[in-house]
Ligand binder design. Structure first.
Ligand code: B1M
Length: 210
């Protein structure tokens, strides 16, 4: 019997073995991957975020919870990313310079792959010049950036500017907890998405494939 609350609780405790076991159980009993993700893994990480903010837990506990969440996400990946679909475009995706948060970025990557896009993962702490270089070398039509810190958000503007200065013809999309549509407008990004699922819709729209 699938128990999504058990997945959330195990993420909160940082118990990756239980996260993996319960995620496998849920998937094999037919629970949709999106429910396992949202009601299990993401629900658990939301509690972790609140406790972190309230100084009830600290960075090591958050890291252990993040590792547990990643174990569950690795199991969900094949279900989220349906194989065999011809890519409708290529996206370079990275977390901007100074920022090491990659859980949301990885989720966006999985959903984009599932949405029929080829994703070139630039990793975390990616400086503007690396985004430019990777967009050029991959021939990507979209450059997607994630930022989780208010202090690293300005890097997104720096990437938009660097792409323009390099004369690279590419659409840009941004997202991450502190990012908003008005911020996207301010820095001249072509798109903004609040979550991984909308990132797929916005990217496909930017490519004219919606
Ligand atoms: Co950090 N951290 N963290 N952290 N951390 C936050 C972001 C924070 C909000 C916590 C808090 O105070 N409540 C806070 C930022 C405050 C601010 O700037 N406003 C914070 C801080 C302060 C820090 C440090 C500075 C702490 C310190 O060292 N004192 C430090 C910075 C390190 C650095 O990056 N240079 C730090 C470190 C860490 C860990 C390493 C411990 C760990 C990251 C592990 C990892 O990613 N591998 C961590 C974590 C896990 C968090 C919280 C708890 C959870 C983030 C997460 O993974 N959420 C976070 C609190 C919170 O957000 N509740 C916090 C789950 C994930 C699925 O959601 O990433 O938001 P999220 O992604 C969503 C959407 O935002 C969107 O889609 C995703 C899902 O639908 N999205 C996009 C994301 N990218 C997108 C791109 C798109 C479109 C949508 O288009 C391209």
């Amino acid at each position: 019997m699938a128990n999504l609350q058990a997945i959330a609780d195990a993420v909160i405790k940082g118990d990756r073995n239980t996260v993996s076991a319960e995620t496998e159980k849920a998937l094999s009993s037919g629970v949709p991957a999106a429910d396992v993700l949202n009601q299990g893994l993401v629900a658990g990480m939301e509690v972790v975020g609140k406790r972190f903010k309230a100084n009830e837990i600290y960075v090591p506990e958050v890291l252990i919870a993040a590792r547990a969440m990643k174990a569950g996400m690795a199991l969900l990946e094949p279900a989220l990313a349906k194989a065999g679909v011809k890519p409708v475009g290529t996206v370079v995706l990275g977390t901007v310079k100074g920022d090491l948060h990659d859980i949301g970025k990885n989720l966006v990557g999985m959903m984009l792959t599932g949405g029929g896009l080829k994703v070139v993962d630039a990793g975390t702490d990616v400086p503007p010049e690396k985004f430019v270089e990777m967009v050029k070398s991959s021939g990507a039509q979209v450059c997607a950036m994630s930022a989780l810190l208010t202090t690293t958000m300005p890097q997104m503007g720096a990437v938009v500017q660097a792409l323009k200065s390099a004369g690279v013809k590419v659409k840009t999309i941004i997202g991450g907890a502190p990012v908003t549509q008005s911020y996207a407008d301010e820095i001249g990004a072509d798109g903004y998405a609040a979550d991984a699922a909308s990132a797929v819709d916005v990217t496909r729209k930017l490519l004219g494939a919606a």
